[in-house]
Design a protein around this ligand. Sequence first.
Ligand code: RRO
Length: 310
Amino acid sequence: MRGRRPAVDLTTRVGSVVLPNPVLTASGTAGYGHELADYLDLDSLGAVVVKSLHAEPWEGNPAPRVHATPAGMLNSVGLQGPGVEVWLTHDLPALAATGARVVASIWGRTVDEFARAAELLADAPPEVVAVEVNASCPNLEDRRALFAHSTVATAAVVDAAAAAGRPRWAKLSPNTPELPEMAAAAVSAGAEAVTVANTLLGMVIDTESRRPLLGAGRGGLSGPAIRPVAVRAVFDTREALPEVPIIGVGGVASAEDAVEFLLAGASAVQVGTATFADPRAPARILRDLGRWCDRRGVAALDELIGVAHG
Ligand code: RRO
C-alpha cells in the first residue's frame, strides 16, 4: 500500500442529518428537480436544496428579474414556483430517482401559509431529508414584515414548519444586525440548524431610463461580492451559538471559499450564484475540497469547522 494516502472523510452532520459531504446547492439556483443532472451527479453532493415552494403555485415578480453586478448578481425572482403539491408529483420523483438527498425549501406570506406548505410535505418520501424554512426572502412585497427580522415571527414560522415531520433548518437574513438573536429564536422553536444567510437587499438603477432596473425595483445581491458579509454572519452566529449547526451560504465559488465558511463555523456550505455561471460548480468545488484537505493532511471536517475562533 506504499504511497496510498488515506481518503479524506468529508462526512458532515447537520443536526440529526448526516451528509456524505458538506457541499450543497443553494435554494433558487438549482431548480426544483433534476435540472442540473445533465452536468453532475446530484447524489454526489451533500444535498440538493430546491427553490422555495409555497403551498400554492406563485407567479413571481415582473421582468427583468436578474441583473449581473460586479462580482455577483441581483435578483428579484419573487418566489415563483409550482406549489408543493405539483412539485411532489411533477418534480420530486425524478430528483429522488437520482439518489440525491433533497432539502425542500418552503415560504409563505403568513405563518398559516408556512404551516400549509409544511403539511403538504408530511407525506413526502424519505429522500426529503430536511425542510429549509425560508424566513428571509428579501423580495416579498412588504419587507417590513420579513419574518427573519423578528425573533417572534422567526420562531412562529419555524414552529409552523414542524408539520412537515422532518428536521427543520431556518434560512436567515443578513439584512439585520440581530442575526444571532434570530438564530437563537429559530432554534428555540425547533430548528436543528440555521442557514446563514440569504441575499443582501440591493438595487441597480438604469442610467438611461433613470429608473430601477429590476422589474420589482429592489432585489437580493448574491455572489462573491457578498462573501465577506456571509462569512462574518456565520462567524457571528457561531460565536453566539457554538452548539448550533450552521449551513454557510454567500458567494462560494471555490474550495477555498468553502473552507473559509467551515473555519468560520459552518458544518456545510451551499453553492448558488457560481452555479449560474458554471452548472458543474458544486461538483468542482466538492472535488477541489477533497484535494485541498488531502494536500494539507486534513482527514476529517472536524479539523476545520469553527477553527477560526481559536
Ligand atoms: O425568489 C426570490 O426572489 C428569492 C428568494 Br425566495 C430568496 O430567498 N432569496 C432571493 O434572493 N430571491
